[in-house]
Ligand binder design. Structure first.
Ligand SMILES: Cc1cc2nc3c(=O)[nH]c(=O)nc-3n(C[C@H](O)[C@H](O)[C@H](O)COP(=O)(O)OP(=O)(O)OC[C@H]3O[C@@H](n4cnc5c(N)ncnc54)[C@H](O)[C@@H]3O)c2cc1C
Length: 495
């Protein structure tokens, strides 16, 4: 199969890229593992999309993003996010795609919410299920576009020319097992997050950082991989996220009811996410931490205002108001290094969304800026790829048929091992010793996985291979960054 532009992934970044490239007249093919809107991180986003508040000086939004990123962000990229992002939220998401955001009291105005780290009310939302609303609208629009969409397909590897420019990907149909090369002039990776690298995560299953891994293996530059954001209040067993609003109005308590956050930070439960995440992580080692929602029950109509949390809680939790919580992997700030058009360091390759490192987030992410980043760079990448056509031909690659006969339980067992190593040694708190131990173990694990992966085009095995590669990239970056900054928090620096 040949195409001008191959897009891998159908979250906000992939859909935006594909819709824009197709609109610009390119022949577009989308390969996506997803078959439902809720298979993507985008579909699970709750809070919303930040944009410049009406009348606000853009510099203030830029400053908030840079402050959240601990001064490590790229100012030029943040300016694009703020200026162009605000425009495309209205022109593309609202006007072109028809996302039905909640409106406010003023005629024609949106109901803008304030979130942690924001100096103004900037966040457009649809109840607490904004991502689902956006994802459904994007998929509807994608289906109406001229793009070819291959659902339940996995991109296993990038394929390159002799000059190492990227010329598409090797893909496999998950239902039939058929493997084939899609030759493409440009390839846009938009494969989302890395939750399965840690296991304990707010992400939907299948977030194995495939785009980051296959780009790195093809020689593309990746950066800022140590900046992994952990959400402080995810359900300890079922992983769903309890929002900042619930944390702010509720209380973090130990089993005996004792509150502990003020010993860590004067702002208590409303301290920044990384501080709360490390506090909960430490306290959970002594005994289960709970989010006490009784104050929220008293002050709100809980089911009405927080339907996602309400639907996910058990009867017992709704009765007692106590939810067991633990920090969980939430967002990767780094990824495949791209320029202002989403172009990576190797020719023919682009990345957008959580897969990409645009420089926007620096060492930490400001709430509700990732949908905005995926949208802005997705559109830019789609437009640039369509405007700079490259020859899709020139590759050939030997590939075996899908071969399912792997030792039973191999992938599950090794995923468990990877996740144990990452959580224990490379979690919310790390140090030089834990990181070096992790590196040794992950290198061994990579060797084992590689020996099985040879000759077997099995999507599950490739996901494992990719997750291990991503784990190693995080560990290497963390070892080389000896400063505790943003969401990279070193134990030694705490003492
Ligand atoms: C619970 C939760 C709440 C959040 N709330 C917010 C919020 O309020 N505001 C905000 O801005 N951000 C929020 N985020 C973060 C935000 O949702 C994500 O960063 C963003 O949606 C990522 O979009 P994406 O397009 O990069 O990836 P995704 O939306 O994750 O899409 C990735 C796509 O790639 C596909 N894929 C993956 N690997 C392959 C492969 N090898 N081959 C083919 N296809 C593949 C997947 O099937 C999927 O279609 C939240 C995240 C979570 C998990």
């Amino acid at each position: 199969m040949k195409t001008d532009v191959l897009v891998v992934g159908s979250g906000i970044a992939g859909c935006s890229a594909a819709i824009r490239a197709a609109k610009e007249g390119a022949d577009v093919t989308v390969v996506t593992e997803a078959t439902r809107p809720d298979d993507t991180n985008t579909g699970w986003a709750q809070g919303g999309v930040a944009r410049r508040a009406p009348g606000e000086n853009p510099d203030e939004f830029v400053d908030d993003v840079l402050d959240a990123g601990a001064g490590e962000g790229d100012e030029d990229a943040v300016e694009i996010l703020v200026e162009e992002g605000t425009e495309v939220v209205e022109d593309f998401l609202v006007e072109e795609i028809g996302v039905d955001f909640d409106t406010g009291d003023e005629e024609g105005g949106f109901d803008l919410a304030r979130e942690g780290g924001h100096s103004y009310d900037r966040v457009m939302h649809k109840g607490d299920a904004t991502g689902h609303e956006i994802q459904v609208a994007l998929l509807r629009h994608l289906a109406e576009s001229d793009a070819r969409v291959l659902e339940a397909h996995t991109a296993l590897e990038l394929v390159a020319n002799d000059d190492e420019s990227i010329k598409g990907a090797l893909a496999v149909d998950k239902e039939t097992g058929e493997a084939f090369v899609i030759e493409a002039g440009a390839t846009i990776l938009a494969t989302g997050g890395i939750g399965d690298v840690y296991g304990r995560t707010t992400n939907p299953p299948g977030a194995t950082g495939d785009g980051v891994a296959i780009a790195a293996l093809a020689g593309a530059r990746v950066d800022d991989m140590e900046y992994v954001q952990f959400h402080p209040t995810a359900h300890a067993e079922r992983g769903f996220l309890l929002s900042e609003a619930l944390r702010g109005e509720g209380a973090l308590i130990l089993k005996d009811g004792e509150r502990f956050m003020e010993a860590y930070d004067d702002r208590g439960e409303l301290a920044p996410r990384d501080i709360v995440a490390t506090a909960v992580h430490e306290k959970n080692r002594e005994g289960q931490v709970y989010l006490d929602l009784n104050p929220v029950f008293e002050s709100t109509d809980f089911a009405e205002e927080f339907p996602t949390a309400y639907e996910n809680m058990t009867e017992e939790e709704l009765e007692t108001g106590l939810v067991p919580i633990a920090p969980s992997e939430h967002f990767l700030c780094g990824g495949v290094v791209v320029d202002e058009n989403g172009s990576a360091s190797v020719d023919g390759l682009y990345a957008a969304g959580e897969t990409a490192c645009t420089g926007v987030h620096g060492a930490n992410r400001l709430a509700s800026t990732s949908l905005l980043e995926g949208l802005t760079w997705g559109l830019r990448a789609g437009e640039d790829a369509a405007a700079n056509p490259r020859e899709p031909s020139g590759v050939g690659r030997e590939h075996d048929a899908f071969n399912g006969d792997m030792p039973e339980g191999f992938v599950d067992a090794k995923f468990e091992k990877l996740q144990d190593i990452m959580w224990e040694n490379v979690g919310p708190l790390r140090d030089g010793v834990s990181l070096r131990e992790a590196r040794t173990e992950l290198q061994r694990l990579r060797g084992e996985v590689k020996s099985y992966a040879r000759g077997r085009l099995d999507p599950e095995l490739y996901s494992l291979r990719n997750a291990v590669v991503v784990g190693l990239l995080i560990v290497e970056a963390a070892i080389h960054n000896e400063e505790s900054v943003g969401c990279h928090r070193l134990k030694a620096a705490e003492n």
